[in-house]
Design a protein around this ligand. Structure first.
Ligand SMILES: [Zn+2]
Length: 273
């Protein structure tokens, strides 16, 4: 079993808009079409059995509709051989982000995604404090894309709001998307210093994350595999191959499955009861 903890199988209109954004700002060819079934088919062929499907809100007022759409997408894709774990999102300018988070998780969402460059906010925005606290209470990990660069890359200073939020909400688990690339050293320091900060190894479009084998071994219990499919220039198969060449069997099992399972174990149990 392999978990891809960072994918974006989004409603078609939004997916097309994001493709247009990339076409305008980056000269990137993508490894996947936006077609959900094609992505799942290829993931299944690569041995991936579960994906975390992450939405993000670019402005106030759109999160609730998007969260419902993510649940519908998960329901529609049952039977394709890959479990689609629905993510949810909130925006700090929403009237009540914490209530929306509770509603989405009660309806089946198991992970939260916050994208600070798209939504134009910081993780330690006071308007998000209640929602981050609720995420800890419900056991939903918070995947956080730090930084404001159009390229999607993170600078060292962008990691500071994550560290402040992790300290302010000790019961909430945070996952630094893309391991903070190109500020990998700051990302590693954050994972090292805070028990509740994790990181995913998702590439930034065409750049894979250059984590050293020694760091993969040492930090495996805090690391997750991610592809960013379909908005990635590198296939999940290629990412898996490169990881297999750099990590021991034990570290691989943890990075490809163990960490992700542990992080969603509590919300899973909650949703079932
Ligand atoms: Zn992403």
């Amino acid at each position: 079993m392999i978990v891809d903890a960072h994918t974006h199988l989004l409603p078609e209109r939004l997916a097309k808009k994001i493709r247009e954004f990339f076409a305008e700002h980056l000269t990137a060819a993508f490894a996947y079409p936006i077609d959900h079934e094609v992505v799942l088919e290829r993931h299944r062929a690569d041995g991936i059995t579960q994906i975390w499907n992450l939405p993000y809100a670019h402005k106030a007022g759109v999160a609730a509709g998007l969260n419902d759409a993510m649940l519908e997408i998960s329901a529609r894709l049952v039977g394709h051989g890959v479990e689609v774990v629905p993510g949810c999102t909130v925006h700090p300018a929403d009237p009540d982000p914490a209530s929306e988070l509770r509603r989405a998780v009660a309806a089946g969402a198991r992970v939260v995604k916050l994208h600070c460059s798209v939504g134009k906010f910081e993780l330690d925005d006071p308007r998000l404090a209640d929602a981050l606290e609720v995420a800890g209470e419900l056991g939903t990990p918070v995947v956080y894309h730090a930084g404001h660069a159009i390229s999607g890359s993170t600078a060292a200073a962008d990691v500071a709001p994550l560290e402040r939020a992790a300290i302010a909400h000790p019961a909430t688990n945070f996952i630094l998307a893309h391991f903070g690339h190109h500020a990998l050293a700051a990302g590693i320091a954050a994972v090292d210093h805070h028990a509740n900060i994790y990181a995913d190894l998702t590439p930034v479009v065409h750049d894979s994350i250059p984590v050293l084998p020694a760091d993969l071994e040492r930090l495996a219990p805090k690391l997750l595999f991610g592809s960013d499919a379909p908005n990635t220039g590198i296939t999940a198969g290629t990412l898996l191959e490169s990881l297999r060449a750099r990590a021991s069997a034990a570290a691989l099992a943890t990075i490809l499955r163990g960490t992700a399972e542990r992080l969603t174990a509590r919300v899973r149990a909650g949703n079932r009861s």
